[in-house]
Ligand binder design. Structure first.
Ligand code: NAD
Length: 495
């Protein structure tokens, strides 16, 4: 008998109104059912929104330092439970224990960072043009926030959104990804343990098409914060646009590393291997393209293939695993389809390219680390997000061409350059069309006190984490207090 899990609405654990359910499965072993979860629809969403709306009145009046205390407490509990939480991530995402612990850390960091914001939430104080007049700005909450998260970072993506939402005084309805529901239950449990009042954080499980879309369309949800694919992001933006709801989108990527002839070659190879194949390439910031100067191209690709060959594909539960399984059959089929497209387009496959099916691999969704070389920027595999352990390599003749190839994509999440030339490094930083940029480092590894997000089709213009997240989850109010005793106004004409 599989363990049964519930939605969390108005501080009660409840089944879906329809009684429908879905299974959660271990991607390393599809015969292992991890639990049964409520398959919710618009009814459940409506109940959760009503609870969040009711709770908003009181929660929005709790002072930010007091809200912050709860986030600090949640951070402490999460840090204490890090192994248990990481084990859940290993089971339902498939990632390795090390990768899972890294994700828990990112979630804890954000709870602490936003806990601290409770004593800041700074606005501006300035002089008015007029005498005897105070001019200040203050942040106010937006109301009920709908939060929709992906499966690849199910804990940190929830913490990165829920923490700023709560510190700003909003209440939340969370709809996590269907492939990783248990992590969301654990997050909600520990928030309750930390003392979050009734109805402030509600959780509704289900599919994106039913529960997700019902949340996006609900008239009483004032903000949707979404992380996921660009295709779904586009749909959500249109639906929010129709009813003028605020929307924040963190979307896909096709992140590239530029490798120049003067770089530390071993460092570049090591960074590309980690960037491309850790978490099976299922990071939004995964390295999926490498742009290499022609003078070191053969040397680089040889070393890259040799290092990648050493990686062990396996279950995240196995300590010796380097490359974990991908999330599900659908994702595996997408990856295989792109590999076939790459071959047909004339890219040269130098490593991998196959699903692993022998022995223990037959039980899960395993794919070999795969490298295509001699890729052209106009190829489909060079442009579209594959979201798997597949890397494409381009040969370029100059720095100028490297920048051109780097920017020849609709995405703009993160990018990196390996070079010892500081002028070139800084020029690349200026010219890379990305929201996050690294020099001599892999394309991933964001810190919570700095903004994170992409440009072009990788986002909707907002940023997550850092104090930039407060811009998403609060509204500014501009306040003038006149203590002159007379009627004065900057628009009264004087010349
Ligand atoms: P997805 O877009 O399929 O789903 C994301 C979430 O949206 C899930 O909870 C899903 O149930 C929900 N959803 C799906 N259709 C919906 C709809 N019509 N209305 C409302 N909600 C809907 O993405 P995924 O497969 O879960 O995640 C992988 C994608 O997420 C990749 O493209 C990756 O690059 C991106 N991602 C981006 C970031 C970032 O910060 N930029 C971080 C992680 C993942």
């Amino acid at each position: 008998m599989s363990k049964s899990f519930k939605n969390f609405i108005d501080s009660k654990w409840v089944d879906s109104v329809s009684g429908k359910t879905f299974y959660n499965m271990n991607p390393a072993n599809k015969d292992e059912i991890l639990g049964v979860f409520p398959l919710s629809d618009a009814h459940d969403i409506d109940l959760a929104v009503q609870a969040a709306e009711k709770a908003f009145k009181e929660w929005s009046r709790v002072t930010p330092p007091m809200r912050g205390k709860i986030l600090f407490e949640a951070g402490k509990i999460m840090a204490k439970k890090k192994t248990e939480l990481a084990q859940t991530l290993v089971k339902e995402v498939g990632k390795t224990m090390k990768e899972a612990l890294g994700e828990v850390k990112a979630a804890v960091d954000m709870l602490y960072f936003m806990g601290g914001e409770g004593r800041r939430l700074y606005g501006d104080t300035t002089y008015s043009e007029l005498p005897n007049r105070l001019a200040i700005t203050k942040r106010y909450p937006i109301g009920v926030c709908g939060i929709i998260t992906p499966w690849n970072f199910p804990l940190s993506s929830i913490s990165w959104k829920v923490s700023p939402a709560l510190i700003c005084g909003n209440t939340v309805v969370l709809k996590p990804a269907r492939d990783t529901p248990e992590t969301a239950n654990k997050f909600v449990e520990l928030m309750q343990e930390a003392g979050l009042p009734r109805g402030v954080l509600n959780l509704v499980h289900g599919s994106g098409e039913e529960a997700g879309e019902a949340l996006v369309k609900h008239k009483d949800v004032n903000l949707i914060s979404f992380t996921g694919s660009s295709a779904v992001g586009r749909k959500i933006a249109a639906l929010c646009g129709e009813r003028l709801a605020k929307v924040s989108l963190e979307l896909g990527g096709k992140n590239a590393v530029i490798v120049m002839e003067d770089c530390d070659l071993d460092l570049a190879v090591d960074s590309v291997v980690r960037g491309a194949f850790s978490v099976a390439g299922e990071r939004c910031t995964a390295t999926s393209r490498v742009i290499v100067h022609q003078s070191i191209y053969d040397n680089f690709t040889e070393k890259l293939a040799a290092e990648t060959k050493k990686l062990k594909v396996g279950s995240g539960e196995d300590e010796s695993t380097d490359v974990c399984p991908v999330i599900n059959e659908k994702q595996l089929n997408t990856i295989m389809r792109y590999v076939e497209i790459g071959k047909k387009e004339g890219a040269k496959l130098i490593l991998g390219g196959n699903r692993l099916t022998h022995g223990v691999y037959s039980r899960g969704f395993y794919f070999e680390p795969t490298i295509f070389v001699d890729v052209r920027p106009d190829m489909v595999i060079a442009r579209e997000e594959i979201f798997g352990p597949v890397l494409v390599v381009f040969k370029v003749n100059s720095f100028e061409e490297a920048i051109e190839v780097h920017n020849a994509t609709e995405y703009g999440l993160s990018g990196s350059i390996f070079t010892r030339n500081v002028n070139r490094a800084m020029s690349a930083v200026d010219r890379m069309e990305t929201g996050v940029c690294y020099v001599n480092a892999p394309t991933f590894g964001s810190e919570v006190h700095l903004p994170f997000g992409g440009v072009k089709k990788s986002g909707g213009g907002h940023r997550e984490v850092g104090k930039a997240a407060l811009e998403v989850f609060s509204d500014w109010k501009t306040i003038y207090v006149d203590y002159s005793g007379g009627v004065q106004n900057v628009q009264f004409h004087k010349d």
